[in-house]
Ligand binder design. Structure first.
Ligand code: GLU
Length: 382
């Protein structure tokens, strides 16, 4: 259950271990890289200590780290932080990503954690089959205790099909990871009613329950530092994506030491509260896509789904329709349709493993089976 939120610090409680099982933390370029283009290692060590503390408290953390372009620009001696042209940015990212990973790997392993690097393009999360793959990989990495560190694969992403900013990437990745919250650490401490540098009357907005045109008008497009490409407009777009999927999103000040701890202690920042928690995420799944087939379930599987479990092939009695892995299928019980989900297998493979326990599936599939035919995160009961 969600706690009642009555104060700014209370709003931060939505992102606390115990309340939010899985958290995505996005770190902007201007926090990671100093004016001379070097990594702010001491500051980052504080972030890593905060992550380690959250892991120890039972929260799984996915990092989205910017900074590749800024770091690469310094090494390649490119001006404008490597962002003078798309070609420059792509070359800078190729060079800088190596340095970025090295720092994360070193600091996480000093804290006793294993880093996993995941580079994504927009298409990896837009295409349903690739989305499910990313989702399964993140799940597995987290179950194994690793800390996934994500970034856009800027070197190969083309201008039309790239995120371009890691704020929206973080929101999309949070959906794929089934996260409950996204924390955007930034060089601003939240959304202001007006530009805080230009208007002395500007006030921090602690909590946003609905993204109205008034709220949107508060976002100005300049990111201040010139290092990242986010800005408040991208953060609002990220809040929209997250909110539609039932995921809370916060913008908090990353300029302080131990910024995650600071946010938990003070609650200072802007929290965009998602509508209906995970129900909105399920609604997004139910509403967004069309049905390509039907899986018929036995009574035991229906009961398992009602307890929040995944659908295992063993509980499926019939497979109808032509669907590919990642397509939406109807889930029917003995008394009719009870829900929808994203198929973990193509129709052909699903038909082959129908009724079989996991141990028996590899022999008919010819490859190691997935944990479920439809994962609990990817199904909705209607
Ligand atoms: N992916 C970019 C990088 O690593 C950052 C994008 C952003 O600034 O949000 O440099």
């Amino acid at each position: 259950m969600e706690p009642a939120v009555t104060s700014a610090a209370g709003a931060a409680a939505r992102f606390a271990p115990g309340v939010c099982a899985r958290l995505v933390v996005k770190i902007g370029s201007s926090l990671l890289v100093d004016g001379a283009g070097a990594v702010r290692r001491d500051w980052l060590a504080g972030v890593v200590a905060d992550i380690a503390a959250r892991r120890a408290a039972g929260q799984e953390v996915v990092v989205v780290s910017s900074g590749a372009i800024a770091l690469g620009a310094r090494r390649l001696k490119l001006d404008k932080g490597g962002r003078a042209s798309l070609e420059d940015a792509q070359a800078a990212a190729a060079v800088g990503q190596v340095a970025l990973s090295a720092v994360w790997e070193a600091l996480l392993s000093e804290a006793g954690l294993t880093m996993a690097q995941v580079l994504l393009t927009l298409g990896d999360l837009e295409d349903r089959r690739r989305y499910l793959n990313v989702s399964a990989t993140l799940d597995r990495l987290l179950a194994l205790g690793a800390v996934p560190v994500l970034n856009e694969n800027d070197t190969v992403a083309t201008s039309e099909i790239r995120f371009g900013d890691n704020d929206r990437l973080a929101a999309r990745a949070a959906q794929a990871a089934g996260a409950g919250g996204v924390l955007l650490l930034s060089d601003v401490d939240g959304l202001y009613t007006a530009h805080p540098g230009r208007d002395p009357m500007a006030k921090l907005v602690p909590e946003v329950l609905k993204l109205t045109p008034v709220i949107e008008a508060m976002a100005s497009a300049d990111s201040g530092s010139g290092l990242g490409s986010g800005g408040m407009a991208a953060k609002l777009a990220a809040a929209k994506i997250a909110g539609a999927a039932g995921i809370h999103l916060a913008i908090a000040d990353g300029r302080v030491a131990h910024p995650l701890q600071h946010f938990a202690d003070t609650g200072r920042g802007t929290v965009f509260v998602a509508g209906e928690g995970s129900r909105a995420r399920k609604a997004w799944l139910a509403g967004r896509l069309t049905v390509h087939g039907t899986l018929t379930l036995d009574a035991g599987a229906v009961a398992a789904l009602q307890r929040g479990k995944s659908l295992l092939a063993a509980g499926v009695t019939a497979v109808e329709g032509r669907f590919a892995r990642g397509d939406v299928v109807a889930l029917a019980g003995p008394d009719g349709v009870i829900g929808r989900g994203l198929a973990g297998y193509d129709a052909g493979d699903a038909a082959m493993i129908r009724g079989l326990r996991n141990e028996a599936q590899a022999a008919v599939l010819g490859y190691a089976p997935r944990a479920a035919l439809v994962h609990a995160d990817h199904l909705v009961l209607l």
